[in-house]
Write a new protein. Structure first.
Length: 288
């Protein structure tokens, strides 16, 4: 077994079709010491069994994806979303506790898009802030960090009304740093002319809860969700972003999270090994 960079984490989304036992096996088999988990494959085996698998693997847990989708108007749907996020907080705490030392109890939050029939973007963003305010005490009590992930503006209508790192930090700063932070994902923030300044701002407040990397491919596919690529295959300059995150004081695991149909269709073991190689070539060598 080869040994990958010690800070590398393989996010399960990169090997989407692998069930949890397989994902754990190929991650460890590639010499990768950490895994970013998703709730759906955890639910397939049940939290108790997932906890056992993580504990037996010797892997760290870098995050749990995902919570969020907070933009619904007050009513049954919004209450159900908040209840589901409370369950996700407990899952994140349980899985991190089962992981190897250095695991992070981080729940990644995707804000949600505009409610059907609504054009009120400012109101939707305010409801995201209000939802995090409701959930923060539970997160703090469980030792979990709610990590707000800004998504590229092309997703603002249907997935995330939080589009820039600055917007995410604005919300996070209203709460304690140990319980609310942000995700820096290269795919979503590389275009932003203010991104280096905002990375520094987030780091100064201890707000960077996760650093995720992948590349931006063109032409974008018809389903733009799947426009991510392996590092080195696209247009992102990882050097300034990675050096900025390091200079900002982030010392956690670095996740490779890729949504790409061709990568999903490939053998997950081969993808894990390729991830380790590309990470070494394009990311880890930049870490100051």
């Amino acid at each position: 077994m080869s040994s990958a960079h010690p800070r590398l984490s393989l996010n399960q989304a990169t090997i989407k079709y692998a069930d949890l036992p397989t994902a754990i096996s190929v991650t460890a088999g590639a010499g990768i010491g950490s895994i970013g988990l998703w709730r759906e494959p955890v639910a397939e085996v049940g939290l108790a069994r997932a906890t056992e698998l993580v504990a037996d693997s010797g892997l760290r847990v870098s995050s749990l994806c995902r919570g969020g989708f907070f933009t619904a108007f007050e009513g049954e749907s919004r209450r159900a979303s908040l209840d589901d996020n409370r369950a996700a907080i407990e899952e994140a705490a349980t899985l991190a506790a089962a992981g190897a030392p250095g695991s992070a109890a981080v729940l990644v939050l995707v804000a949600g898009g505009l409610p059907a029939g609504s054009l009120d973007l400012a109101g939707a963003r305010e409801r995201v802030r209000d939802a995090i305010g409701e959930l923060e005490p539970a997160a703090r009590a469980s030792g979990v960090t709610l990590a707000i992930e800004p998504l590229h503006p092309m997703y603002v209508a249907d997935r995330a009304v939080i589009s820039t790192l600055g917007q995410a930090v604005d919300i996070a700063e209203e709460f304690p740093a140990e319980s609310v932070g942000v995700v820096v994902d290269t795919f979503h923030i590389w275009w932003d002319p203010a991104v280096l300044e905002q990375i520094a701002r987030a780091g100064a407040g201890g707000r960077i809860a996760s650093y995720q990397v992948c590349d931006w491919l063109t032409p974008l596919p018809a389903d733009v969700l799947l426009g991510r690529g392996m590092m080195g295959d696209g247009h992102i300059d990882f050097e300034p972003l990675t050096r900025a995150v390091a200079a900002a004081g982030y010392r956690g695991d670095i996740e490779v999270e890729i949504f790409n149909q061709a990568i999903w269709n490939a053998d997950p073991g081969e993808i894990a090994a390729l991830t380790a190689r590309r990470f070494a070539e394009h990311v880890s060598s930049l870490w100051a």
